[in-house]
Design a protein around this ligand. Structure first.
Ligand SMILES: *Cc1c(COP(=O)(O)O)cnc(C)c1O
Length: 404
């Protein structure tokens, strides 16, 4: 999965260019920076590589989601429909702009179920936020159709799917806006960072302003900038952007290695009839950052997880028990552990969402393992890993059958 595995000279050289000038801030200091503008360079590279009309870099993926929501005008009284399986940051971002995250079921794509989305629409719904989980993609045609029919915004959380495509287009560039995260464990990294992409100039300009205290960045003198709106500080630094410039150039190479290793593990597990795989809406657009598969029952899945651990096969995620990615484990939210006061209606709506039941998602997540794919495995290592995983699964299945 992660670009950090191959951090090297390309990244160091980019960072050193910034260190030479000492101008670590992305705005201003035009003379002293000697033509080095890493954040601007990365934004332009993002537009070119992914085919986005505009890109705004920010300090994290969470900041990117928050910024996108503000720029799309999502706020108090609005509902944003999102899936039960995502990194908790998606939920946090909706809450941070004062809106209510309305959580819906996932299906066997491990992304939001369009039927569940349709059923959750109310007069308050403002946006649908699919999350392209674990390197694959949501069912964008179906979701776009729902958004068009109900006049809703489509905001793609593509933080975990940098480089994934849906019908020839990069995810994150298809909705009204889309976000990437470049945190340390994402497909490519800036150490910390994120991006909002959009094809709408007004949305982009608002992202640019929101992420820097409302500055309009129109003049040469930062001190004389106008401030059309309230904003915050979600800026990325030049040092972080420099790492990203190097990593994005390597993305095609990373994806090729990732898919090769992904397919080796896939071939090994495919030979077992009891193992089924996550449905991928557009197979050709998969990034291969994870191989996600289902076993017949929760008990068998748990036994396989234990068997993998016993054999030292690392990097297998059982999200059902993971406390960041699946709503079942967001106990701090279920208990209402908020540091500051909320408007009572906002608090009540949030608490209602995190304490809802998700039987369809539970039935899938309880049987799902996501195996992360490394860029550093040799072909031999990938084959050995695949064989070892397959052997572990067969052993558990045989024991399950014997005791049945
Ligand atoms: C990582 C991630 C985020 C947040 O990104 P950060 O850069 O860590 O803030 C948001 N959504 C999803 C789905 C993620 O995986």
């Amino acid at each position: 999965m992660p670009g950090y595995e191959l951090f090297g000279d390309a990244e160091r050289n980019q960072v050193n260019e910034v260190l030479e000038t000492g101008i670590l801030m992305r705005y201003g200091f035009d003379g002293a920076r000697k033509g080095i503008w890493k954040a601007k360079e990365l934004e332009s590279d993002i537009c070119n590589y992914f085919g986005a009309g505009h890109a705004q870099l920010v300090s994290s993926g969470t900041a990117a989601l928050t910024t996108a929501m503000a720029a799309l005008g999502i706020g108090a009284g609005d509902e944003v429909i999102m899936p039960s399986f995502t990194f908790v940051a998606s939920f946090e971002a909706v809450v941070s702009v004062g809106a209510v995250p309305v959580v819906v079921e996932i299906d066997d794509t491990l992304t939001m179920d369009p039927k569940s989305v349709e059923a959750a629409i109310t007069s308050k719904t403002k946006a649908v936020m699919p999350v392209h989980m674990c390197g694959s993609m949501a069912q964008l045609d179906e979701l776009k159709d729902i958004c068009t029919r109900h006049n809703l915004l489509l905001l793609e959380d593509a933080c975990q799917a940098i480089g994934a495509k849906y019908k020839g287009k990069h995810v994150g560039t298809i909705g009204d806006a889309g976000t990437f995260s470049f945190d340390f464990v994402k497909i490519i990294t800036c150490a910390e960072g994120g991006a909002v992409m959009t094809n709408k100039l007004d949305v982009y300009e608002k992202c640019d302003q929101y992420s820097d205290h409302g500055h309009d960045h129109k003049g040469k003198d930062r001190g004389a900038d106008l401030h059309p709106y309230l904003g915050y500080n979600f800026r990325i630094s030049e040092l972080h952007a420099a790492v990203g410039v190097a990593q994005l150039k390597r993305l095609p190479e990373f994806l090729e290695m990732q898919l090769k290793n992904h397919n080796i593990i896939f071939e090994a597990l495919k030979a077992i009839p009891e193992v089924t795989f996550r449905r991928i809406p557009d197979e050709a657009g998969n990034t291969g950052s994870f191989l996600s598969f289902f076993l017949p029952t929760e008990a068998i899945t748990r036994a396989v997880v234990t068997e993998f651990q016993a054999r030292g096969i690392a990097g297998n995620f059982y999200w059902f028990d993971n406390n960041w990615h699946y709503i079942r484990k967001w106990q701090h939210l279920q208990h209402g552990s908020f540091m500051h006061k909320f408007y009572p209606e906002h608090r009540a709506a949030i608490m209602e969402q995190v304490n809802k039941a998700f039987p369809q998602s539970d039935a899938l997540m309880a049987r799902c393992i996501s195996s992360s794919i490394s860029l550093t495995w040799t072909e031999t290592q990938a084959k050995e890993r695949g064989a070892s995983m397959a052997d572990a699964i067969r052993k558990v299945l045989k024991e399950a059958l014997a005791t049945a």
